[in-house]
Design a protein around this ligand. Sequence first.
Ligand SMILES: O=C(O)C(=O)C[C@H](O)C(=O)CO
Ligand SMILES: [Zn+2]
Length: 276
Amino acid sequence: MEIRYSTHPDHAKTFNTEEIRKHYLIEELFVPGEIKLVYSMEDRTITGGITPINEMISLEGYDQIKAAYFLERREVGIFNVGGSGKVIVDGEIYEMENKDCLYVGLGKKELLFSSDSNENPAKYYLFSAPAHKEYPTQQVAFKDIEGERLGSLENANDRVIRRMIHNEGIQSCQVVMGMTQLNTGSVWNSMPTHTHDRRMEVYLYIELDENARMFHMMGEPTETRHIVMKNEQAVISPPWSIHCGTATSNYTFIWAMAGENKTYNDMDQVAMDQLR
Ligand SMILES: O=C(O)C(=O)C[C@H](O)C(=O)CO
Ligand SMILES: [Zn+2]
């Protein structure tokens, strides 16, 4: 498990391109047959990818979290961004189609991940945070969430947001997760932009063409920087940072938050004339 430390906004202002990428960008999450995990000191979250090939992969405890099993003191939200597969939670089988979401709470001991085919393997995206209470394991199929239309084609941000793990959906201690899909011709996400000092956030960009690139914006509103990203890469946003972006084609992204509270709408909007 890779460790990323928290960064102070004054320090972040001094980062060159390589440094900003090293601290915030998660370049590779889905490696066939492997588990990739990144522990961030921002709200002690773990962002990861599991891509089972040939055999099941078991998610276990790690020395870095001094846990006998992964969910000993944590909860996890899981999205499948690949082909169909199965997640087995303490013997209970959950069929996971593309974009389906599963929440597994504190205390579950055995977590097994499999793909239905090696040609089109499942790709499980994980986001985990410390938990103080056990909430039931719950699954939601992508097709069963209607979504809410945001933005407009005129502003190149016509998109549909689906909230899966949140106050009015799957219950959790800290984790809030959902998926936003940009419609054809729209490229801007999360604009006007915002911060939420109470929660960190991670964006995983998916369904971006191979040769397309995402220009993800971050930093304090008056000190913005960008990171150029490819498909299936994730980016850590510290609580003080804006997080929004534009790409050279449309795409989908999974947003995941953890921190002080789970109130989705309590974000602090940034006025356009504040941005620098
Ligand atoms: O399209 C959007 O706007 C988003 O999906 C915004 C994220 O959900 C977010 O940043 C929540 O804080
Ligand atoms: Zn946000």
